[in-house]
Unconditional design. Structure first.
Length: 278
C-alpha cells in the first residue's frame, strides 16, 4: 500500500520508464463485485493496475453521509489481494489536497442537473478528485462504472475538453442475482428496504419493452410510485451524447433512462440504455 502522492508518482514513473502501461481504478472503498469488474477490465487493458481508496470530502454536501460512509479498510485490502492489483493507493486528505495546490475543475451546467440538482457541488468535487488523482498517477486508462452514468459522462467530458492523455473506459453495471445494481450504499438498506429496492431493476426491465420514451417513463414511474416507502427523486430520459433531458414525446431511436430514489435515508441510482423501434 502507498499513502504518499510522491511515492505513488515515483512508482508509476518507474513503470513508465520500463515501457509499462497503467490502468487506474478510483474508488471510495467498501469494495464489491462492481469494483471487481473494473479491476478485471483494468488488468486486461494495461500492464500495471493502481486502485485508489479515498473517501473524497469534496463530493459530499452538508448533511450527507461523509462521516458514516462505509470504511472497511481491512476487508478491502483482502479483496484486492485476491485480484491482479499492483498498488493500492490510500492517501490522506492532505496528500490529495496539499495546502497551496489548486485544482480547478467545474462540471458546468450538466453538473447542476439530476444528481447535481439534489447534491449541489457534488460533481465539482468528483471532477477535482479525479483530476488530482490522475495528475498523481498519470494513468493511460481510468475505469468508471456505467451505474454512475452522469459521473461517467462528466469525467469523460472533462478529459476530452482538457485534452488529458487518458482513455476513460466505461464498465457495465454489476448486479446482484435479483437485479439490484451493486453499490457501496446498499449496505445501508435494511432487509425490508433491500426487498423494496428491487422495484428499480424490475421497473427498468419493464421499460425495455416500451416502444417510446414516454411509454418507458410511464411504466417506470408507475412501478416505483406503487412501492411503499420508496420516494422518487427523478425519472428521466437523457440524450446519451449530451446528458440533456429529452422531450418525452419526441420520436427517438435511443435514450438513457435514469432513475434516483430514496428508501428512508438511502439514495439509490440506476439507469438503462433504451432502443426504440423506428
Ligand atoms: O464513484 C466513486 O466511487 C467516486 O465518485 C470516485 C470516482 C472514486 C471519486 O471519488
Amino acid at each position: 500500500m502507498v499513502t504518499t502522492s510522491s511515492g505513488m508518482s515515483d512508482i508509476v514513473a518507474g513503470w513508465k520508464s520500463e515501457g509499462h502501461s497503467v490502468a487506474f481504478v478510483p474508488t471510495m472503498g467498501a469494495l464489491h463485485q462492481g469494483h471487481g469488474a473494473l479491476i478485471e477490465k483494468a488488468s486486461e487493458l494495461a500492464d500495471r493496475v493502481v486502485v485508489s481508496i479515498f473517501v473524497n470530502p469534496l463530493q459530499f454536501g452538508t448533511g450527507e453521509d461523509f462521516d458514516s460512509y462505509p470504511r472497511r479498510d481491512e476487508a478491502d485490502q483482502a479483496f484486492l489481494r485476491e485480484r491482479r492489483v499492483d498498488v493500492l493507493f490510500m492517501p490522506s486528505v492532505d496528500e490529495v489536497y496539499p495546502p497551496g495546490v489548486v485544482i480547478t475543475a467545474a462540471a458546468g451546467p450538466v453538473g447542476d442537473t439530476f444528481e447535481g440538482a439534489s447534491r449541489p457541488g457534488h460533481f465539482d468535487g468528483v471532477l477535482r478528485v479525479v483530476k488530482r488523482l490522475c495528475a498523481i498517477i498519470s494513468p493511460d486508462f481510468a475505469l468508471f462504472g456505467r451505474k454512475d452514468a452522469q459521473q461517467l459522462f462528466l469525467v469523460d467530458t472533462m478529459v476530452r475538453n482538457e485534452g488529458l492523455p487518458i482513455t476513460i473506459v466505461p464498465v457495465d453495471t454489476v448486479r446482484a442475482p435479483d437485479g439490484l445494481a451493486l453499490s457501496s450504499r446498499n449496505a445501508y438498506l435494511s432487509d425490508d428496504e433491500r426487498a423494496r429496492a428491487l422495484a428499480i431493476p424490475v421497473a427498468l426491465a419493464e421499460a425495455e419493452r416500451a416502444t417510446t420514451l414516454s411509454g418507458a417513463l410511464a411504466v417506470v414511474r408507475e412501478r416505483l410510485e406503487s412501492e411503499p416507502g420508496l420516494t422518487i427523486d427523478y425519472v428521466a430520459g437523457v440524450d446519451p451524447e449530451t446528458f440533456h433531458q429529452l422531450d418525452e414525446d419526441s420520436p427517438l431511436r435511443e435514450a438513457t433512462l435514469i432513475v434516483a430514489v430514496s428508501l428512508s435515508t438511502t439514495r439509490l441510482i440506476d439507469n438503462r440504455r433504451l432502443h426504440f423501434p423506428q
